[in-house]
Design a protein around this ligand. Structure first.
Ligand SMILES: [Zn+2]
Ligand SMILES: [Zn+2]
Length: 238
């Protein structure tokens, strides 16, 4: 067993032995297995209406044209996010991705499950990590979110369909154009998809990753693609 796994196990064991405190603020938590206090959960902010009907981006005026989704492939029909990526949600996402706290997928999926527009008969497809990154982390946070969401919305998960061919690195410092070039052909499929698929990820940053994954699935045979993420980054101005 690797050191990182031992540390993770020790942290998990500690949670069960000590009185529970919130991962983010250290306040006491209610149920024995709760990871976040009710105060921290209440600070997660739902995205306001009105939103772009396609990509779910809040728009100050619904008659304004959206700058995010015009370049998406035709069959990528809609994306929605549960909460803003901000100081309230960011620490939980960080613990989910880097701290080994995969059980945080439960309260996050609870928010994602409240979103409307769950296409009937669809399958949930978590955005994959590259093999190397998944080995380092021990799990794919998007897959944990998809599994928790599956229990709530009653749609099955297919985690083997989409593969990540290469690392796309940290994209936060790239321009939108550079991000699109960076992500191009990042995915492949293991078999020909059919029907309607719902991509699942932790954060919607520019939508470029989701659009590229959707394009890969549509080119391989999927009829329609939707997407849902826990959080959405506020678009940078300019
Ligand atoms: Zn808290
Ligand atoms: Zn849009």
């Amino acid at each position: 067993m690797r050191c990182a796994d031992l540390v993770r196990l020790a942290r998990e064991a500690e949670r069960w032995l000590l009185p529970g405190s919130c991962l983010v603020c250290n306040d006491p938590v209610g149920p024995l297995d709760a990871l976040l206090c009710t105060g921290c959960l209440a600070r997660w902010r739902r995205l306001p209406e009105p939103q772009c009907r396609r990509c779910g981006q809040p728009l100050p005026d619904p008659s304004l044209s959206c700058r995010i989704c015009p370049g998406w492939p035709d069959g990528f029909l809609a994306a929605r996010s549960a909460v803003w990526l901000d100081d309230a949600s960011r620490p939980a996402i960080h613990h989910l991705k880097y701290g080994g706290w995969w059980r945080l997928a439960e309260p996050m999926a609870e928010r994602m499950g409240r979103l409307p527009q769950w296409p009937r008969g669809a399958m949930l497809v978590p955005i994959p990590l590259s093999r190397r990154r998944q080995r380092g982390r021990g799990y794919n946070q998007a897959e944990r979110l998809a599994e928790a969401l599956s229990r709530r919305v009653g749609l099955p998960v297919t985690a083997e369909l989409l593969l990540r061919r290469r690392e796309t690195g940290t994209q936060t410092r790239l321009t939108p154009e550079a991000r699109r070039a960076n992500i191009a052909e990042a995915f492949s499929v293991t078999s020909a998809p059919t029907g309607t698929l719902v991509l699942v990820d932790d954060v919607f940053t520019t939508g470029a990753t989701l659009a590229e994954a959707a394009a890969t699935l549509l080119e391989a045979g999927a009829e329609a693609v939707f997407a849902v993420t826990f959080a959405r980054a506020k678009p940078s101005l300019g």
